[in-house]
Ligand binder design. Sequence first.
Ligand code: FES
Length: 423
Amino acid sequence: AIDVSGLVDSEGGLVDRAVFTDQQIYRQELRRVFAPSWLFLAHADQFHKPGDFFTTYMGEDPVIVTLDRNRRVRAYLNSCRHRGARVCRADYGATRNFTCTYHGWSYDLEGKLVSVPNKAGYPESFDTGEWGLVEVPHVDSYRGLIFGTWNPDPVPLRESLGDMAWYMDAMLDHDDQGTVVVGGVHKWVLEGNWKLAAEQFATDWYHVNMSHASALMVLSPTGKGPKDEIVHRTGRQYAGPNGHGAGFPVHPKNRFDAGTVHQWTDYAALRERLGDARVEGPLTNGHATVFPNFSYLPVNGSIRIWHPKGPDRMEVWAWTIVDKSMPPEVREAQRLYNLRTFGPSGIFEQDDGENWSEVQAVSHGFVTNSVPLNYQMGLGSERDDGRHPGTTSELYSDAAGRAFYARWRELMTTPAWHEEDDK
Ligand code: FES
């Protein structure tokens, strides 16, 4: 294993660019960061009856998420035990069995191998009970968001979220009905390391006025963009001990930037349910990452995952979620607002993708690669402010970035369960 402790100085706020470009570090991330962590799989609304399935990735491992015959959500490695082809090639759908198209081995919803063409040709010792799909050992959900981990003995999901759940509830817990997905899943490729996106969503409100200046002008009611009140610096940023981060402006008055949603929202009921601090903070705007690679934007109802595809590339998968209680026209307004801003061709999304690709493109140079990057904003300003749970700092801060890389370094320097002899 590579010792990465010299590449990340989270106390001093320095990160070496090798963490974005090095192939060996990337392979180690798959083993030590992705394999042991809780990873986002899907939204519960994607599964209604046994056999409904959705295929995705955990790190670079392909997985099928499905409802078994007892309506339990389960996830399996999407790779045939015979010669390794994917047993499900569709993005989503409904089925009774997963049948491999290479030689025809077939698995049921419980992952059991139930059919083998020319089975008589195998020796007597061949026991189909031993050749079922490899199952993801732990799958759990938090308010409709389904996560899984390969870790055989994980910290429970709720515990690993910690105080982050309070911030997530500002998007997920508006009433007893919860959230649903509108539209499909958008997928697009960006030429940048997955961490560039994950850390930005954890920690970076700082870029908004500069990177998104033209987009803000378009959306601004006065046409002045950053000069008017849409974006301001008053807010807080949460930095969690497990690498999660969230930042949000504070609006003392009720507001949603998405107008139709704003008009529909019952702020009094939300204040009652979630408290003033959440309604004036993370409910209506902001950015967040659940470590390692799940992020969301509450104002847009955008939830997304940054799938790693090698050190230089990520695949973004993004959903729009809305309150189940929203009438169709409000749902549609939310969907369109999200598409316009953070869809694959959204006016904000374009700016961000451009920045990440730019950073990635120049990071390979020999000298460039040895000049560390600065994550020092707000160093030492983290505190318990008595209003927002956990440790927070000013909205303009790198505190959650430092926490993100501290967690990354911790996992990268700790042998995972599957390599305990490899110290
Ligand atoms: Fe799946 Fe042969 S690879 S049946």
